[in-house]
Design a protein around this ligand. Structure first.
Ligand code: COI
Length: 351
């Protein structure tokens, strides 16, 4: 791996006051090209523009997928990653589905650690803030024939991550638009899954909601995901989440919350969640909370769910609510404040 250092850092104290997620980029990025049937030597270089023509394949056919990860700074300045192997495995599952070449582990994991080590000063030390890491692979061939590209680029960029949402969300149950279909790409972190969500999300926003709860495309009667998050529903003392399928992203935060919840003695069921069952539970008082989770957001409780022409106002979040308790436990592991019983934290060594 080659490293080209910046001449002068762009880092200033204001960077850590950033309020917008994913808009303030660190000094360096990792770039690696795939051509002539193999991944070339990765280069870490100053963050900046890359050259392409309007015929670049990814712009036309969306052969692109990404990951979302974070680096956290502990009290003594140590920098940690969280379960990075999971993201490495998942990007290659996404790449396979999108007919893109798998990234070798040395490029993804060793490159990631070298990049974060180099830009460690960019990892915020304030609890609740972190450095968001965005690995992305996209097709780069200069061709508009509708077939898979023969060349690709893998880039890792990083940016400051304040709170993704700063309030409980009002979410609208999708009863027309869909995010994923059987046999489709819902389980992959395909760029197009996100691009296709903006229009229905915009319509929900016009009605006063923040996000959409995606339902099954066939009947719109089961919860699948919420915005860019996996979804959890607590009815009495049972936590429900939709089972992983080819329509649902196998979220690292989702998996971690299930393990944490079980460790707390909470019952977790991974099974289809019917919209009507949530509605009835809210009517009879057994619905305790509904929340979404993901790397960017960690965990965010919902305050209301729009369902056809009705709005279910959800119970107030209290000290007894499971969402905030699980978020705190998860954050304390991520920032190195609590013990790490599952071995999830990975220290970024200083070179
Ligand atoms: C993540 O949580 O990392 C996501 O994928 C959300 C992102 C699209 C902002």
């Amino acid at each position: 791996m080659r490293i080209e250092n910046i001449e002068k850092t762009r880092l200033t104290a204001d960077v850590f006051e950033e309020k917008n997620f994913g808009s303030s980029f660190s000094d360096h990025m990792l770039v690696c090209e795939f051509k002539e049937n193999e991944w070339q030597e990765p280069v870490i270089k100053p963050y900046g523009q890359i050259n392409f023509t309007p015929a670049m394949h990814a712009l036309h056919y969306g052969q692109a997928c990404f990951e979302g990860m974070k680096a956290f700074k502990g009290e003594n300045g140590d920098v940690f990653l969280f379960r990075p192997e999971k993201n490495f495995e998942r990007i290659n599952k996404s790449a396979e589905r999108l007919a893109m070449p798998a990234i070798p582990k040395e490029i993804f994991l060793d490159g990631l650690k070298a990049l974060i080590d180099l830009d460690r000063a960019w990892v915020p030390s304030k609890y609740g803030m972190s450095l968001y890491i965005r690995p992305v692979i996209f097709s780069t061939e200069e061709i508009i024939s509708a077939r898979g590209s023969n060349s690709f680029m893998f880039v890792i960029l990083t940016s400051i991550a304040p709170d993704y949402y700063n309030k409980p969300l009002r979410v609208k149950v999708a009863d027309h638009y869909s995010r994923a279909a059987n046999g489709g790409v819902g389980y992959a972190k395909a760029a197009g899954n996100y691009g296709a969500s903006f229009y229905p999300t915009g319509l929900a926003k016009e009605e006063g909601f923040d996000q959409v709860i995606w339902t099954d495309a066939a009947t719109h009667s089961y919860f699948e995901e919420a915005g860019t998050m996996n979804i959890f529903v607590r009815i009495e003392d049972k936590l429900l989440t939709a089972p992983i399928s080819d329509r649902i992203l196998n979220g690292v935060t989702r998996d971690s919350l299930i393990l944490l919840a079980e460790k707390n003695g909470m019952t977790v069921e991974q099974r289809p969640i019917e919209v009507s069952e949530v509605y009835e539970a809210n009517q009879n008082g057994s619905l305790k909370e509904v929340f979404g989770c993901g790397t960017a957001v960690v965990l965010n409780n919902f305050s209301a769910i729009g369902y056809t022409d009705k709005v279910m106002e959800l119970p107030e979040i209290t000290e007894e609510s499971w969402g905030p308790q699980l978020k705190k436990q998860m954050n304390e592991i991520q920032y190195g404040i609590a013990d790490d019983p599952f071995g999830w934290r990975v220290l970024v060594e200083r070179k």
